[in-house]
Design a protein around this ligand. Structure first.
Ligand SMILES: [Zn+2]
Length: 315
């Protein structure tokens, strides 16, 4: 990607090195996170009771679904909230020497520039096609674990979007995992990850996220999962629309990088990798083939109307 001339977005919050557990609840070191939170004042964030969010996570746990599937995580492979010992969170890489600091800064600048491209794209589409004003999300960089309005998340869960505080969360070590464990490297693949999460933000602004969340609650698990898949594939398609709008930034091989990444995080491939077999009813994000196809659809058309996964007969 040619990002040299791109303006970095200001909507970045750098919370790396803070850990997700500093202060507040005072979790015992090295123990699993208790699901009971202190009652009373001071635990509300963004106008939503933490209790509600805890219930959401506990419910998701019992239903056997990844709570972040409800919140727009990038993959369905994370499993329920993963407790991280406090020690580990505190020992998360804090850039000390110049080389790693420079690398960390480069990562931040990259993410800020990509976020800037999503702002330009969606501002235009909202203004010209939807006749709405686009309110950009904020993007939080974290290391190890992070507390969001949607609950506490560990880096192992992958990047996600929290509709309650309208923020995208990413630990940049995910990019290393993508490259080394999933074989999905490349700058455009990394940019696609952000564009996918921003796609969830667009769904949130358009009221799609809330509608889906409400419908999911009434459905049996397999059908609720099927609805999640439609939502995720739409976020992939929206990422494709963003790619189309920014195709002047692409270099040779970039599109293939994004398609390769979309394939690498398909439910079927991730399940085969982690558990050795595939359970289609448990899919929450779509197969590799579907994710590639919907990204491509957005990319080729550049039209959000091509992304109506909810009325598509065949996904
Ligand atoms: Zn997602």
């Amino acid at each position: 990607m040619r990002l040299d001339d791109e303006r970095p977005s200001d909507n970045i919050e750098d919370r790396r090195g803070e850990g997700g557990f500093g202060g507040g609840f005072g979790f015992p070191r090295g123990r699993r996170i208790p699901v009971r939170f202190p009652q009373g004042r001071g635990v509300r964030r963004g106008g939503f009771g933490l209790g509600t969010l805890v219930i959401l996570f506990v419910l998701a746990w019992f239903l056997g679904i990844n709570p972040l599937a409800l919140l727009g995580g990038l993959t369905g492979g994370g499993g329920p909230a993963i407790p991280v010992p406090q020690e580990e969170a505190q020992n998360a890489p804090a850039p000390h020497d110049t080389a790693s600091r420079r690398a960390a800064d480069a990562g931040k600048i990259f993410v800020a520039k990509v976020l800037g491209t999503t702002e330009r794209t969606w501002q235009r589409i909202f203004r010209d096609q939807l006749h709405m004003r686009y309110q950009p999300p904020r993007l939080v960089l974290f290391s190890g674990a992070v507390r969001s309005a949607c609950g506490i998340a560990a880096a192992a869960m992958g990047p996600f979007y929290c509709p309650l505080d309208r923020k995208v969360y990413i630990d940049l070590s995910f990019y290393r995992d993508m490259r080394e464990k999933l074989g999905a490297g490349g700058d455009f693949a990394q940019a696609y990850v952000i564009a996918h999460e921003v796609g969830h933000h667009v769904q949130n602004l358009l009221g799609i996220a809330e509608k889906v969340m409400r419908q999911r609650q009434r459905l049996p698990r397999a059908r609720a999962n099927a609805l999640s898949v439609r939502m995720e594939l739409q976020a992939d398609c929206f990422a494709g629309v963003w790619g189309h709008d920014n195709r002047h930034l692409l270099e040779r091989g970039d599109l293939e990088e994004a398609l390769n990444a979309a394939a690498a995080i398909g439910d079927d491939r991730l399940q085969r990798r982690t558990q050795g077999y595939v359970v289609p009813e448990s899919f929450t994000h779509g197969t590799s083939e579907q994710r590639v196809r919907w990204f491509r659809r957005g990319f080729e058309s550049g039209d959000i109307r091509a992304c109506d996964t909810f009325s598509a007969r065949r996904l």
